[in-house]
Structures are given as structure tokens and as C-alpha cells.
Design a protein around this ligand. Structure first.
Ligand code: TRP
Length: 339
């Protein structure tokens, strides 16, 4: 029987360790969406090539992130690895011809990342792939005819471009072939750096600005202990960003919620001790991440099995992609021959 559920698609780049910002901001929500939707979650290694990168490390990073996602609760059957489905790149090429050059140069992410790329490379390099990135992203989404795309606000411009490309395609071929996908802006906790709560948790700012989901317990505790709370001059009774961030982490973890309530009361009575708060945050995070780590350890014991499962699921998902590309080639006047 055909799957009647609405579909959801999102992707993540294998650029490094998964941290709490990624987990609370995206992955935790992806796990929940699996209950209601047909979900496609991609580890997008073609995208990871758009910035200067270490060729020797990419393949391992791709597998590691895939395993991390499973350990956090993503079902293997929802997962695919982008380069196992080369039709993404093929459809990306076709979409290049339905997207104007000017649209791409206007993307703010391109402007930001091209600066980073120049800094990261030895020779001021900006790849054409970086400019083309949102076209490949469009292919990721439309190839599965996804109804919803859970992404952060920073991806709105790319999603708008996706709809523009779909529209231009539809009107060129004279058929409402692609449904226009919608962003799914579920409210997710935006976790800040504990070292500098005025910026979001991210890898690019350096080691002390993110807490890895699979970090050692001692390291997590240490990072929370040294979290910035407030700078002393706060007498307004308003909660500082740092303290708010700590409270938010407890709530987001779903652990230690009774302590959360009593600490909140302490805060309201003006009697909150930051050391108590930090202890509870650390306990909550350790409790949550230990569950993931146990699953991750079990995966490590038997990587071959899971690799096999992911290859199988990518093959299943590839069939959907192949059907779309076949229809698209028919529509745009390319040849479709069975060899
Ligand atoms: N650009 C997205 C990001 O940086 C990653 C991504 C690639 C993506 N393809 C996608 C997100 C398709 C949603 C849908 O977060």
C-alpha cells in the first residue's frame, strides 16, 4: 500500500561532531517528526565539499554523523547518505538551468561562507560549488517531493529559492509537476555557547563554545561548571542570558524537571545559587547523553551491521529519487534509455 503520510525532509552536513546546539535545535525535533510523517533525513556529503575540506577525513565523518544520528533516535530507514544517491547531483544540474546566476549571488549564506572559504583556504579559494549549494539543496528537497522541510530561519532564503526553482520548472514544462514545499518552523530551543552566552552554540567559534553530545561525562560537567552566568552588575532581577541558557538546557533535556521547578522558584525568590543550578544542568545533560552514548557504544561494537542497514535504506530511498529523475528527464527533453 502506498504511504499516504505527508513527507518531511531535512539534511545535515558531515562537518564535525554533533553538539547540543544541533541536537536541541534540530535532531530532537527530527526524531519526533518520525511518529507522524514519512521522513527523509540526509547526511549531505556532496554539500560538505563546497568549503575547503580534508579529503582524508570526509568519509569517516559521514559515517560517524550517520551513527550519531541513529544513536540519538533517528531510524535507519529514515536515513540516507547523499553520495549514495547520485541522482541528487543529476537533478541539481538540471535545476541549474532553471535558476538564474543573479539569484545565487544574492544568497546571504553564499556571501558569508565565501568569506569563510577565503580565510580557510591558502589561495583565497571560493568554489563554484559554494555558489551552487542552494541548487543542490533544492534537488535534495524536490527529488522526494517533500511537503515540509524542518529548518532554522537561516535557511528561509534557500527555501524561497527552492520554491522559485520549482515554479520556474513547472511553468516551463507546462505542468504542476513539483509541489511547492513549506518550511516547518517548529519552536526548538536555541542553545547558546556556555563560554559566551551572547552567541549561539557552534563549532566555528572554537572548542569552548560547544558541548559535544558524545563528550565524556567529566568534560560535560567541567564545561557546565565554567559556564558564564552573569557578569555581576545585574541587579535588575531579570534573568541573564547565561542563566536562561542553563535553565533552557534542563528543560530541553526533559530530565530533572522537578529540580528545574524548584530552582526557578529560588530564582524568583532571589535565592538562586548558581552552583546548584549548574549541578542540576550537568546531571540532566549527563543523564540524557548517557542514553545516547550507550547506543553509540553498541553501534561501535558492530558498525558493519548498521553500515549495511544504511546502504539498504539509501537504496530504498534511491528508488524514489530515480523515479523523479526519470520523469523530470522526460519533461525537459533529455533522453531516457534503458541500457
Ligand atoms: N543547508 C543546510 C544547512 O546548512 C543543509 C541542507 C542541505 C539542507 N540540503 C538540505 C537542509 C535540504 C534542508 C533540506 O543546515
Amino acid at each position: 500500500m502506498e504511504d499516504q503520510r505527508k513527507s518531511v525532509l531535512s539534511c545535515i552536513q558531515p562537518t564535525g561532531l554533533m553538539h547540543l546546539g544541533n541536537y536541541f535545535g534540530a535532531v530532537q525535533n527530527w526524531v519526533k517528526l518520525q511518529e507522524e510523517y514519512r521522513c527523509f533525513y540526509g547526511v549531505v556529503d556532496y554539500h560538505a565539499m563546497t568549503m575547503p575540506y580534508d579529503i582524508k577525513k570526509l568519509r569517516n565523518k559521514t559515517w560517524d554523523l550517520t551513527f550519531d544520528l541513529v544513536a540519538c533516535g533517528i531510524k535507519p530507514e529514515s536515513l540516507f547518505i547523499q553520495s549514495l544517491i547520485p541522482e541528487h547531483a543529476e537533478l541539481g544540474w538540471i535545476f541549474n538551468c532553471f535558476c538564474s546566476y543573479g539569484q545565487l549571488t544574492r544568497m546571504t549564506q553564499f556571501k558569508d561562507k565565501s568569506r569563510d572559504s577565503q580565510l580557510k583556504s591558502k589561495d583565497n579559494f571560493i568554489s563554484a560549488g559554494l555558489l551552487d549549494y542552494p541548487v543542490l539543496q533544492t534537488a535534495d528537497i524536490l527529488i522526494y517531493k517533500a511537503d515540509y522541510v524542518p529548518v532554522g530561519k537561516d535557511q528561509d532564503q534557500h527555501l524561497e529559492l527552492t520554491r522559485d526553482i520549482a515554479q520556474r520548472f513547472n511553468s516551463s514544462v507546462g505542468k504542476e509537476y513539483f509541489v511547492l514545499p513549506e518550511g516547518l518552523h517548529t519552536e526548538t530551543p536555541k542553545i547558546k555557547s556556555t563560554a559566551d552566552p551572547s552567541r549561539k552554540m557552534s563549532k566555528s567559534a572554537g572548542e569552548k563554545h560547544y558541548i559535544g553530545v558524545f563528550s565524556e561525562e567529566q568534560r560535560i560537567r567541567k564545561q557546565i561548571r565554567s559556564a558564564v552566568t552573569d557578569t555581576g552588575e545585574n541587579t535588575s532581577g531579570k534573568m541573564s542570558e547565561g542563566v536562561e541558557n542553563l535553565f533552557q538546557m534542563i528543560k530541553a533535556s526533559g530530565k530533572q524537571l522537578d529540580s528545574y521547578n524548584s530552582l526557578m522558584q529560588d530564582f524568583e525568590n532571589g535565592g538562586l545559587k548558581y552552583s546548584d543550578l549548574k549541578e542540576v544542568v550537568a546531571d540532566a545533560l549527563v543523564e540524557m547523553t548517557n542514553e545516547f552514548k550507550e547506543k553509540r557504544d553498541a553501534i561501535n561494537e558492530n558498525k558493519r551491521d548498521l553500515k549495511y542497514q544504511i546502504k539498504q535504506s539509501s537504496e530504498e530511498i534511491r528508488k524514489v529519487a530515480q523515479d523523479t529523475v526519470k520523469e523530470v528527464k522526460d519533461l525537459v527533453g533529455l533522453l531516457n534509455v534503458k541500457f
